[in-house]
Design a protein around this ligand. Structure first.
Ligand code: SAM
Length: 216
């Protein structure tokens, strides 16, 4: 049984307020973040960091993304409860929880075996049940596609064509693209005529997307 007391809930409300101040406007996304106990993703010793708006190391050299980044990417996805979503970079599983809280059916893939093993046990214990996969998500997950939405939570050198191929018509890919320090957040939408419309947003800083269509 996880502890989620009035202190945690108060800190979570504070985080939601901060995200709203920073420009997150989608109330459904803010509601989802307001529901998920982010502190359970943290070691007891680092509890005070859980509701600060910052990324944090989660072991195996990886990080749980900054709440603002999670909220921003999720907002760009324009999620509908019927959507099938592919997440590339399961990591801690926090982003997957946000997608599930919005009603989506979630497929999530992680390249690091230890993280995959850890998160696929931890998340269902919390009551969140995406479909977990282990492997190189830079090529997507064609066996279960196409997807209405694809979210990449690691920084890519270019937009992998395979991910665009795995989108439905009207589908959206949200992906940070740049060098290994700074990336621009991009939203690519596949139109009914199978054209790709691209929008470019602010700078972010992610750990690298590895693999065949990522950093070698
Ligand atoms: N979404 C995560 C969360 O909510 O905590 C944060 C993800 S972390 C910033 C990026 C993750 O992408 C890391 O766990 C990393 O191992 C993973 N990753 C990097 N390259 C990958 C690839 N080709 N396929 C799948 N996962 C990959």
């Amino acid at each position: 049984m996880i502890e989620d007391n009035y202190k945690h809930q108060g800190m979570r409300r504070g985080l939601v307020r901060k995200l709203r101040e920073k420009g997150i406007y989608d109330e459904r996304v803010l509601d989802a973040i307001g529901k998920i106990p982010r502190h359970v993703f943290f070691d007891q010793a680092f509890l005070e960091h859980a509701y600060q708006d910052k990324a944090f190391p989660i072991g195996h050299g990886q990080t749980i993304s900054q709440p603002y980044t999670v909220a921003f990417q999720t907002q760009l996805l324009e999620l509908k409860p019927t959507d099938r979503v592919l997440e590339i970079g399961t990591g801690s599983g926090y982003q997957a929880c946000v997608l599930l809280a919005l009603g989506a059916k979630v497929y999530t893939i992680e390249y690091q075996k230890m993280l995959y093993e850890r998160t696929r046990v931890f998340l269902p214990d919390l009551g969140y049940k995406p479909h977990f996969f282990y492997g190189d998500g830079s090529k997507g997950l064609p066996a279960h596609g196409p997807y209405n939405k694809i979210i990449v939570t690691a920084g890519a050198p270019t937009v992998p064509t395979e991910l665009l191929n795995q989108l439905t018509e009207g589908g959206i890919l949200v992906i940070p693209v740049g060098d290994n320090k700074v990336q621009k957040m991009m939203r690519l939408r596949k139109t009914a005529e199978k054209k790709i419309e691209k929008e470019v947003f602010d700078n972010f800083s992610f750990v690298p997307l590895l693999g065949e269509q990522g950093w070698k």
